[in-house]
Design a protein around this ligand. Structure first.
Ligand SMILES: CC(C)(COP(=O)(O)OP(=O)(O)OC[C@H]1O[C@@H](n2cnc3c(N)ncnc32)[C@H](O)[C@@H]1OP(=O)(O)O)[C@@H](O)C(=O)NCCC(=O)NCCS
Length: 120
């Protein structure tokens, strides 16, 4: 959960079972508050059905309507193919990489990517 003016959403099925969630907020305070950030999580059995894409599109719509100028994801593990593909297919581009910034439990050190998307 994040405090207002940040926002938390859930994606549900027709029976109101929660399939996934996202939060969104200003990436930095004050002079950095025009850039949004957020995170996403879809329940393992519900993955691969478009829930993550719906949550990302909801975030893009909300951050645009709220007046943010861009979105920055600060730490996406390079091994996270699902997340990287989802974000880049929704207009995000990789703008940086912290070498070995994440100690993956089975892969060991993997790069941490920074992704960026300008908003209209
Ligand atoms: C990343 C995550 C949110 C994606 O959610 P999802 O509901 O499975 O994603 P979608 O079904 O909407 O898929 C959207 C796109 O992501 C990519 N993708 C999804 N699952 C993938 C997989 N297993 N392998 C490769 N690409 C994948 C595809 O490009 C897909 O588009 P397509 O269906 O047109 O091919 C989900 O895997 C998750 O919760 N992972 C664990 C938490 C996490 O890593 N969060 C992000 C941290 S940065």
């Amino acid at each position: 959960m994040v405090a207002a003016p940040g926002r938390v959403v859930v994606a549900t099925d027709d029976n109101n079972a929660v399939l996934g969630t996202a939060n969104m907020y200003a990436n930095r305070p004050n002079q950095g508050a025009h850039v949004a950030s957020g995170s996403f999580m879809v329940a393992a059995p519900a993955r691969g059905r478009g829930v993550g894409r719906a949550l990302v599109r909801d975030m893009i719509a909300w951050t645009t309507a709220s007046g943010f100028s861009s979105i920055q994801f600060n730490a996406v593990a390079a091994s996270n193919e699902a997340a990287t593909r989802l974000y880049t297919s929704e207009g995000f581009r990789i703008i940086g990489s912290a070498t070995g910034g994440f100690i993956h439990p089975s892969l060991g050190p993997v790069d941490l990517l920074i992704l960026w998307r300008d908003l209209p």
